[in-house]
Write a protein that binds this ligand. Structure first.
Ligand SMILES: *[C@@H]1O[C@H](CO)[C@@H](O)[C@H](O)[C@H]1NC(C)=O
Ligand SMILES: *[C@@H]1O[C@H](CO)[C@@H](O)[C@H](O)[C@H]1NC(C)=O
Ligand SMILES: *[C@@H]1O[C@H](CO)[C@@H](O)[C@H](O)[C@H]1NC(C)=O
Ligand SMILES: *[C@@H]1O[C@H](CO)[C@@H](O)[C@H](O)[C@H]1NC(C)=O
Length: 401
């Protein structure tokens, strides 16, 4: 539900006239919030296909944050148009492939659920789509012997990737909270997904988590004892960081899992703080000890935006200490607005730079694989988290004015 901020939508929308041709983006920042500026730019380029894929859903999460923050009907109508295009008249999802079970397909459920909660009257087509996706997850997604959802079935049997916690976690938690709050086993099941990843992927010394693990130990990359993959990949760990802080919004405080997940989040925040690149303020694509600064490694923008969002939100909801973490987020924010936000030609729009296209455990998951993937301009997996971080930063500034 859009909870209105103290500042009116008018305040945030006031300075949207294209007066900034030729100026560096940062010089206009005082006048024009990056959240709406970036959102309006990307929407205006017509580069967001009307599909149900997680890439778009990640961008929509950013637009949700912007709508939540501005209450501007433009963003709600944009989301509605994008989602209505993928649903049939009875709320089934167009082109659904019933043989393809992957957590990535579940992420759009969060967008639809958000629309359901903010639309009045409640749209039964959205509810049908939400119920459908929840049923696909709960009753049709294969599980490891310990109960963890396979990342993709049949492609990645018995594998859990950190990415999957973002794809299905906040959706399951919101669903449980809104429609099934009494069912303790739903909460236990959500907690279990995080607990399995913690057990297999977390390094208690560094505080960081490897990209994924294979419970059957069969993947070419699987460590013969733990099943974990070889590296800490910035975005996988970013998905996980966001998943934790977003799930905490819904998870009942009365459930012991709330404290446990909070502890995991804070432990990761500590690692994120420790591994921030001192010079730039961002984070390296491959983050394990010994890799930052290596030939081919670089400061990646989508992960940097995810960590910034997580830190700022953690401060806002009172689970991270402001004195300890705000400076970290502020340095990363400086980097993003100076280096990753760029002008798009002379039309006053913004581009988002430096987001790695993909990172998968399809091959060997080794260092050369990760650094060999190209970076893409205006990649929605980076734009979405940047919007989320921008909204948090703008809300922070409004609070502390
Ligand atoms: C909307 O904003 C409120 C207040 O800041 C926050 O508690 C809530 O989590 C936000 N929701 C979304 C979807 O961003
Ligand atoms: C919903 O509509 C689609 C096609 O428009 C159809 O295939 C499907 O059977 C319908 N589902 C229900 C529950 O009526
Ligand atoms: C765990 O982290 C420590 C500290 O960064 C590192 O030395 C060690 O190699 C890591 N272990 C694994 C299995 O990655
Ligand atoms: C502006 O953004 C669009 C969409 O990503 C892109 O196709 C175009 O190349 C960009 N133009 C410039 C000058 O950056």
């Amino acid at each position: 539900m859009p909870s209105m901020h103290a500042l009116s939508p008018l305040f945030w929308g006031l300075n949207l006239l294209p007066l900034f041709v030729g100026a560096a983006p940062s010089s206009a920042a005082a006048d024009k919030p990056y959240s709406t500026w970036m959102a309006d730019s990307i929407i205006s380029y017509n580069i967001v296909p009307q599909t149900r894929w997680y890439t778009e859903a990640t961008f929509y999460r950013g637009i949700e944050a912007v709508y939540n923050h501005t209450a501007s009907p433009t963003y709600l109508s944009y989301l509605t148009t994008q989602i209505d295009a993928i649903l049939t008249s009875n709320g089934s999802i167009k082109g659904w492939d019933f043989a393809d079970h992957q957590l990535d397909n579940i992420r759009i459920g969060s967008t639809i659920l958000y629309l359901y909660t903010v639309s009045a009257p409640k749209n039964p087509r959205y509810k049908a789509a939400i119920d459908f996706l929840h049923d696909r997850l709960l009753n049709h997604q294969n599980r490891t012997p310990s109960g963890g959802f396979w990342h993709k079935d049949p492609k990645y049997p018995n594998q859990m990737w950190l990415d999957g916690l973002f794809m299905a976690g906040p959706f399951s938690a919101a669903y449980a909270a809104l429609f099934d709050a009494g069912k303790k086993d739903l909460w236990d099941d959500i907690l279990l997904q995080f607990a399995l990843v913690e057990k297999h992927c977390r390094n208690q010394t560094s505080g960081m988590l490897k990209h994924g693990y294979d419970e059957s130990l069969k993947a070419v990359w699987a460590d013969p004892v733990t099943g974990e993959s070889p590296h800490v990949w910035i975005r996988a760990q970013g998905w996980y960081f966001v998943a934790l802080v977003d799930v905490l919004d819904w998870f009942p405080r009365s459930h012991p899992g709330w404290e446990t997940m909070k502890k995991w989040f804070v432990q990761l925040a500590q690692a994120v703080k420790r591994t921030q690149d001192k010079r730039s303020g961002g984070w390296w694509l491959v983050m394990d000890e010994g890799y930052p600064g290596r030939a081919g490694n670089y400061i990646e923008s989508s992960g940097t935006a995810m960590y910034t969002y997580g830190l700022l939100k953690g401060i806002r909801v009172g689970i991270l200490d402001e004195k300890e973490y705000f400076g970290v987020a502020e340095r990363a924010w400086g980097l993003m607005t100076e280096r990753f936000v760029a002008r798009n030609g002379t039309n006053g729009g913004l581009n988002w730079e430096g987001t790695v296209r993909v990172g998968s455990l399809d091959g060997k998951g080794d260092y050369n694989y990760y650094i060999g993937i190209n970076r893409v301009e205006n990649d929605l997996k980076g734009v979405g988290p940047f919007l989320m971080a921008s909204v948090e930063m703008e809300a922070y500034k409004a609070r502390t004015l």
